[in-house]
Design a protein around this ligand. Structure first.
Ligand SMILES: Nc1ncnc2c1ncn2[C@@H]1O[C@H](COP(=O)(O)OP(=O)(O)O)[C@@H](O)[C@H]1O
Ligand SMILES: [Mg+2]
Length: 488
C-alpha cells in the first residue's frame, strides 16, 4: 500500500517544487539551487518507486524499511513546502486556491535574503536525507521506470466498461432450494435459522442476496432486513443495525442496550420477518443465545439466514441443516473467467489456445468466484503470452490466508493503479458494510486531493465517479442502487 500512496505523494511534492521553481520564488529567496537539487532527487526516487512497491509486495523486508524511511522524509518535505506556501500566502503572493500568482514581491530585498538564510539549512538537511535514501536504492537494485516529464499525466483506461451485465453465473439450484425452504417448511419454532457455509469468496453473500431479492418471496415476509456483521459480534452494535434495517432510521447513539432491546422487540414483534446476518464469525454460544432471544419475538414462519465460513458457527446457530455451498462447475467457472477477462463483444471469439490455458487456470481456482473474477480482471485485455504467464503464477495467489489477507485479494489490490489505491485505502477506515451516498465519498476524495482530472475541463466530480465505478468494477466497493446516468 505504502508504495502506491508514496508514488502519489511524491507526484504532489514534485508539482509543488516545480511550481516554486517556475515562479522564481526559490530564486528570490536564494534557495533556487537547493530546491532544484531537491526536485532532482525526488525525481530519481519516484522513478524507482513502482519497482520498490513490487518488491515490497514480495515481502522484501529491506525495501519495506527503505519505503518507511522514505515516507518519513517525504512527510517532512511536505511540511516544509507547506511552510513555504504559507509564508508566500501571508505575503499575498499566492492566490487563495493555493496556486502561485505572478510573483509580486512584497518582501523587501533584505527580507527575502533573511528568509532565504533562515530556510536554507532546513532545505539542505531534508535534501541530504532524501539524497541518502535515493543513494540507498542502488543497494536493492531497484530498476527505473522511465519518467517522461517531471509531472506525469495520468492516463485512465477509458475502454473498460462498468457492466451491470456482470451477471451471476449459476447458483439457481442453491437459490431455489433456500427460497423453497423459507416458503414451504412448517417450522416448529417461531424463528428458524439456516446457515450458508463456505470458504471465503465462494459466493455466500451473493447467494444470500439472490435469495433476499427473489421475487417468489414477494410479500411473504412482512419485514425484510439485511445486516452485515463481519468483524465484531457486539450485541449493542448488532441490535442497532437490526433496528436500522427494520425501521430505516438509525437509532440514537446514546441509547443504552436496554432501551435498544425494547426498540428491537417493538420493531419485529409478531411480524413475519426475514433477516440476513451476513458474515458471522462469532462462535461463542452465550453471545449468540443473547441475540437469538432478542430476535425470537417474530411471528411463526420468520427466518434468519446466516452466512459464515465457520462450521462451528453453523453448528451453534442453525435450527435446520446448513446449506453447504459448493464451488462453481468447470463450465460455469470458464464462463465467469471469460465474462471478466474479455470485453463483451469478444467473449465468444474462439481462440482455442487461450481457452486451453483458461481451463487450466479455471482448474486451479477450484470454482471460487472471487478468485476467478480477480484473475479475470488482471487478465483483462491481456495477450496470449500474459495468459501463459499467469497460468504459471496463479497458484501463488490461491493458497489460504497469509498475514490475514487472502493473497488473491492482495493480487487485486496490487494491480490497482496507485491513485485508486489511496482512494480505496481511505475507504478502509470505515467498517465493512457501512453504506453512504457515493457523492459524499467523492467529495471527501476531492477534499483530500486524491482526484486528478485527465484534462483541464474534466469535472472533478465526474472524475470521482469514474474512480468509484472502477473500484466497483474491481469488486473493491459495492453499489446498492444506480440511476440512469450510472450514478449511485
Ligand atoms: N455465481 C457467481 N457468479 C459471478 N460472480 C460471483 C458469483 N458468486 C460470487 N461472485 C463474485 O465473487 C466475489 C465474492 O463473492 P461473495 O458473495 O462476496 O463471497 P463470500 O461471501 O462467500 O465471501 C464477489 O465479487 C461476487 O460478485
Ligand atoms: Mg461474504
Amino acid at each position: 500500500m505504502a508504495g502506491g500512496i508514496l508514488f502519489d505523494l511524491t507526484r504532489k511534492l514534485l508539482e509543488a517544487l516545480v511550481s516554486l521553481a517556475a515562479e522564481e520564488l526559490g530564486a528570490a529567496w536564494g534557495l533556487k539551487e537547493e530546491i532544484d537539487k531537491l526536485e532532482k532527487t525526488a525525481l530519481t526516487i519516484r522513478a524507482v518507486l513502482r519497482d520498490a512497491e513490487d518488491q515490497r509486495n514480495r515481502n522484501n523486508h529491506q525495501v519495506l524499511l527503505w519505503l518507511k524511511n522514505l515516507k518519513d522524509v517525504l512527510y517532512d518535505v511536505e511540511d516544509l513546502l507547506d511552510e513555504f506556501f504559507c509564508d508566500a500566502l501571508r505575503q499575498k503572493i499566492v492566490a487563495g486556491d493555493g496556486k502561485l500568482k505572478k510573483v509580486r514581491l512584497f518582501f523587501s530585498k533584505s527580507n527575502q535574503l533573511a528568509y532565504g538564510l533562515k530556510m536554507a539549512p532546513k532545505v539542505k538537511a531534508i535534501r541530504e536525507r532524501l539524497h541518502a535514501i535515493a543513494a540507498d536504492r542502488d543497494n536493492f537494485q531497484l530498476s527505473d521506470c522511465p519518467v517522461k516529464t517531471p509531472i506525469e499525466i495520468r492516463e485512465r483506461d477509458q475502454t473498460y466498461s462498468f457492466e451491470r451485465s456482470e451477471e451471476i453465473i449459476g447458483r439457481d439450484y442453491d437459490k431455489n432450494k433456500i427460497v423453497q425452504l423459507l416458503l414451504e417448511s412448517e417450522p416448529k419454532q417461531n424463528v428458524s435459522i439456516v446457515p450458508i457455509i463456505g470458504i471465503a469468496g465462494l459466493g455466500k453473500t451473493t447467494l444470500a442476496k439472490m435469495v433476499f431479492n427473489d421475487e417468489k418471496l414477494g410479500d411473504h415476509f412482512e419485514l425484510k432486513m439485511w445486516v452485515c456483521i463481519s468483524e465484531k459480534f457486539e450485541l449493542k452494535v448488532i441490535v442497532e443495525k437490526v433496528i436500522e434495517a427494520a425501521t430505516k432510521t438509525k437509532p440514537e447513539r446514546v441509547l443504552q442496550l436496554e432501551t435498544l432491546q425494547h426498540h428491537l422487540r417493538d420493531s419485529i414483534n409478531r411480524k413475519k420477518y426475514l433477516l440476513v446476518l451476513d458474515d458471522v464469525w462469532n462462535d461463542d454460544p452465550e453471545k449468540w443465545r443473547n441475540l437469538r432471544n432478542l430476535l425470537s419475538g417474530g411471528a411463526r414462519g420468520s427466518w434468519i439466514v446466516i452466512t459464515t465460513r465457520s462450521e462451528l458457527v453453523a453448528e451453534i446457530t442453525g435450527t435446520v441443516p446448513h446449506h453447504n455451498l459448493q464451488g462453481l462447475s468447470r463450465s460455469e467457472s470458464w464462463s465467469l473467467l471469460k465474462q471478466t477477462a474479455f470485453k463483451e463483444e469478444s467473449r465468444e471469439s474462439n481462440n482455442s489456445r487461450i481457452e486451453a490455458i483458461g481451463m487450466e487456470i479455471v482448474d486451479q481456482c477450484k470454482g471460487v468466484p472471487l478468485a476467478l473474477r480477480a484473475i479475470g480482471k488482471v487478465l483483462y485485455k491481456s495477450t496470449e503470452a500474459e495468459w501463459v504467464k499467469w497460468n504459471k503464477n496463479v497458484h501463488k495467489y490461491l493458497t489460504h490466508e497469509e498475514n490475514g489477507i487472502m493473497p488473491i485479494l492482495k493480487l487485486s489490490y496490487d494491480h490497482l493503479p496507485s491513485h485508486l489505491k489511496q482512494c480505496f485505502a481511505y475507504c478502509s477506515l470505515v467498517p465493512k458494510g457501512t453504506s453512504f451516498p457515493v457523492l459524499d465519498l467523492i467529495k471527501l476524495w476531492m477534499a483530500l486531493g486524491f482526484i486528478q482530472p485527465l484534462s483541464e475541463d474534466e469535472d472533478l466530480e465526474d472524475a470521482g465517479y469514474e474512480y468509484f465505478k472502477y473500484l466497483v468494477w474491481r469488486s473493491f466497493l459495492d453499489c446498492e442502487s444506480m440511476d440512469y446516468l450510472g450514478k449511485c
